[in-house]
Design a protein around this ligand. Structure first.
Ligand SMILES: *[C@@H]1O[C@H](CO)[C@@H](O)[C@H](O)[C@H]1NC(C)=O
Length: 289
């Protein structure tokens, strides 16, 4: 018996070690997709920076495609006057009728808050925007941004605080992304025609290059067709004791979500009756948990 438990202990530690070794590495898990040298992988793969100047922005994508998973990164946004710049962290499929899950960070003049923009597209159709202001300065330090995508729901979180849940409401006719594999994409680009205060505040190129920094790019997801068929370890979160595969909010998570939505949400498509004169979409009438 003693031998048996020692052996299982050994296997458990080997298992833990295997995932510890597989720590975030941009050289392995990401590919720079554009920007002609403006995106840089640094510190042996532990850090990545994107930059933007008058001529171009830059971007990267995940090496693999995933069908469901938990996608997390630590991000330090462009400091100072970042008006006109947009930093993105999103999942998207390719081709027509695409699915997409978006985190976008719209820069602002010095001292004014960034806007965190979220959206979900299913089969090419979006129009599910919610926007937030953060409860901290996202340019002063790294903060954790994550997307959990499982067959039941999508959870957007900031520093492990859920800010939005988009449920699978296919039962009432709302499309949900669930069959097209997606890749993570991230970019820093200029959008001063609309991004900041509706396009009124333009990018100040005398402050260029603008730089956003990334670290701890961690994905636990299912890679379609991978030989192992593995969906990664069942990581847990502070707002849930379940793995991402079945993750939902517990009472603490629901309280935190309520706090964010009451205090920090600045736009919700579900409350925009002017935009939907025939009535807001069906899923808006359901519980947001
Ligand atoms: C920028 O700051 C203004 C003023 O505080 C605010 O209304 C706006 O939501 C902020 N964000 C963007 C992207 O314009």
């Amino acid at each position: 018996m003693a031998t048996f438990s020692n052996l299982s202990l050994l296997f458990v530690s080997m298992f833990v070690a295997a995932f510890a070794i597989a720590a975030a590495d941009f050289n392995r898990d990401a590919q720079i997709t554009w920007g002609d040298g403006r995106a840089k992988i640094l510190e042996g793969g532990r850090m990545l920076t994107l930059s933007l100047d008058q001529y171009s922005g830059s971007g990267f994508q995940s090496t693999n495609e995933y069908l469901f998973g938990k996608f997390e990164v630590q991000l330090k946004l462009v400091p100072g006057n970042s008006a006109g710049t947009v930093t993105t962290f999103f999942l998207t499929s390719q081709g027509e009728g695409h699915d997409e899950i978006d985190f976008e960070f719209l820069g602002n003049s010095s001292g004014e808050p960034y806007t965190v923009h979220t959206n979900v597209y299913a089969q090419g159709k979006g129009d599910k925007e919610q926007q937030f202001h953060l409860w901290f300065d996202p340019t002063a330090a790294f903060h954790i941004y994550s997307i959990v995508w499982n067959p039941q729901r999508i959870i957007f979180s900031v520093d492990n605080i859920p800010i939005r849940v988009f449920n699978n409401d296919e039962a009432i006719g709302t499309p949900f992304p669930k069959s097209q594999p997606m890749r993570v994409h991230s970019s820093l680009w200029n959008a001063d025609d609309w991004a900041t205060q509706g396009g009124r505040v333009k990018t100040d190129w005398s402050k260029a290059p603008f730089v956003a920094s990334y670290r701890n790019f961690n994905i636990n997801g299912c890679i379609p067709g991978s030989s192992s068929g593995s969906c990664g370890p069942k990581a847990t979160d502070s707002f849930s004791t379940q793995g991402w595969q079945t993750q939902e909010l517990d009472a603490r998570g629901r309280n935190r979500l309520r706090w964010v939505q009451q205090k920090h949400m600045i736009y919700n498509y579900c409350s925009d009756s002017q935009r939907f004169p025939q009535g807001v979409p069906a899923e808006c009438k359901r519980s947001r948990f």
